[in-house]
Design a protein around this ligand. Structure first.
Ligand SMILES: Cc1ncc(COP(=O)(O)O)c(C=O)c1O
Length: 477
């Protein structure tokens, strides 16, 4: 058996970054953080890059002392893809917590609630009853029928079970849809700020992401005129996400209708409507499914899932609904990729959809808590000079414009030159983990996930405010 090893061709002293202790940290510690921080914040990765350049890979068989070179080239496809920054930062913050730092983690995109008991119980019963085998590739008929019922009742869209494909999370549903409909050279139109994975998924499909900016002053909503001006025969897929990760914006029905009018004039253009945060919405905002708009059913791929509203991130279950031709194509990919999703999770998902309209009381209790937290953050940051806010109408993120704090030089830290270095500063100085806006295509902002208790958020706000006092805004917002 071969033992693989990475060997540095020359020794390089590792860099020690001393994380300042927060006042409520147990003790001051020196930690070798460079490799982790540099992985998360690539702009500061000069040393890491130099190290990588000087690393040679070798494979050494256990039976022989001969070392032979191995071609470690990766495919252009994988080289074109960036790793997820949200996952990297979450891992980084977890590593710091494990090392004894009292880091407040507000980077993750997952609810802090447990899966509602009735759903968990259905999973346990499935295991006990031996419901533990492969299911059909597209998902059980029981679950697909329940999804059809939900889409009809809650979203006003009619599908039959063969127009539904259940996958291992909405992420898989989206990737398969992009792979199924895009050809090399096609454009995938993505309004920014966007969920980090959309452009990378387009690249995986050899398509080109075309990013359309939106503005905080317009609640980060896409301007249909801008959309119209950017469409061409290359435009294949428009990805909409409402409620949005990272901004929490919700597209009003009227605006979606205007977008639908534009889409209708471009016969090649399909729409992927990511509705995974549908239930986490704050009245008076309401959710509109794009496929329910006149003329849009035929060209819309609706994606939804159980991770967010039902606090089921670890169960890995999402789904796609759309015209049979496209859904079958996605199913073909899935059949050679992962096959059907977990039998246990599918039983739990049937129980989730049985909780009542929009998830019933279990979900509305979580939404109420999210709303309180949103209100707290909007008020707290609203009182702070130099921060611009668009009040989120859904999801559990607030995307704040901190750009007036940029260009400041801090002793022992350097210049804050964008969202990435501000996040690094806040992790270092305040020990609060946030995600830089540049990961979402908007460097002026920072994303705060409020999937954390109110008391945790209160502590985080205090720390952030304290750390930013020394950076009083260069330009008033
Ligand atoms: C906008 C959006 N879409 C899709 C997903 C994927 O969710 P999952 O794969 O957990 O179902 C996420 C998760 O963070 C998301 O934020």
């Amino acid at each position: 058996m071969a033992a693989y090893s990475l060997r540095a061709s020359s020794g390089i002293a590792s860099t020690h970054i001393q994380l300042k202790p927060h006042s409520d940290s147990p003790s001051f510690k020196s930690l070798d953080l460079s490799s982790r921080l540099q992985r998360v914040f690539p702009k500061s990765s000069v040393k890491t890059r130099k190290l990588k350049e000087r690393i040679s890979a070798s494979v050494k068989t256990q039976s022989s002392s001969d070392t032979m070179k191995v071609d470690i080239t990766l495919s252009p496809r994988v080289n074109s893809v960036k790793p997820s920054k949200t996952v990297a930062i979450t891992d980084q913050a977890t590593a710091l917590v494990e090392a004894g730092f009292s880091v407040i983690r507000l980077a993750a995109g997952e609810p802090d609630f447990d899966t509602p008991a009735a759903i968990a119980e259905a999973g346990i019963v499935a295991i006990r009853e031996g419901y533990t085998r492969y299911t059909p590739n597209a998902g059980t008929l029981e679950l697909r029928s329940a999804i059809c019922h939900k889409l009809k009742e809650e979203n006003g869209i009619s599908y039959t079970p063969e127009q539904i494909l259940v996958s291992n999370g909405a992420k898989q549903s989206i990737l398969q849809a992009v792979l199924a409909v895009c050809s090399p050279g096609d454009e995938v139109i993505i309004p920014a700020p966007f969920w980090v994975s959309y452009p990378e998924m387009a690249r995986l499909a050899d398509a080109t992401p075309l990013i359309l900016p939106t503005h905080i002053s317009e609640n980060f909503l896409l301007d249909p005129k801008l959309l119209e001006s950017k469409l061409s025969e290359k435009s294949r897929l428009l990805i909409l996400c409402s409620p949005s990760n990272p901004t929490g914006s919700v597209y009003p029905r009227k605006l979606l209708e205007e977008i639908a009018h534009v889409v209708a004039r471009h016969p090649r253009l399909l729409v992927l409507s990511d509705e995974i945060y549908e239930h986490i919405i704050y009245a008076p905002a309401t959710h509109t499914s794009f496929a329910s708009l006149p003329g849009m059913w035929d060209r819309t791929l609706t994606v939804n899932g159980f991770s967010k509203a039902f606090a089921m991130t670890g169960w890995r279950l999402g789904y796609l609904a759309g015209p049979k031709h496209f859904v079958a194509a996605c199913g073909k990919i899935q059949s050679q990729f992962t096959s059907g999703a977990s039998s246990i999770s599918q039983k739990a998902a049937v129980a989730a959809l049985g909780l009542g309209y929009a998830g019933g009381e279990a979900v509305s209790t979580m939404v109420k808590a999210f709303r309180e937290r949103r209100d707290f953050l909007v008020k707290s940051f609203g009182e702070m000079g130099g921060v611009k806010i668009s009040e989120p109408q859904g999801a559990f993120y607030v995307f704040l414009d901190f750009s007036s704090y940029y260009e400041k030089e801090i002793d022992g830290f350097g210049v804050i030159d964008g969202s990435e270095s501000l996040c690094r500063y806040l992790l270092d100085e305040a020990q609060v983990a946030l995600v830089p806006g540049d990961a979402f295509g908007d460097d002026t902002c920072i994303r705060i996930s409020y999937a954390a208790s109110l008391s945790t958020l209160q502590a985080a706000v205090e720390r952030i405010k304290k750390a930013l006092i020394s950076l009083s805004p260069a330009v008033p917002a």
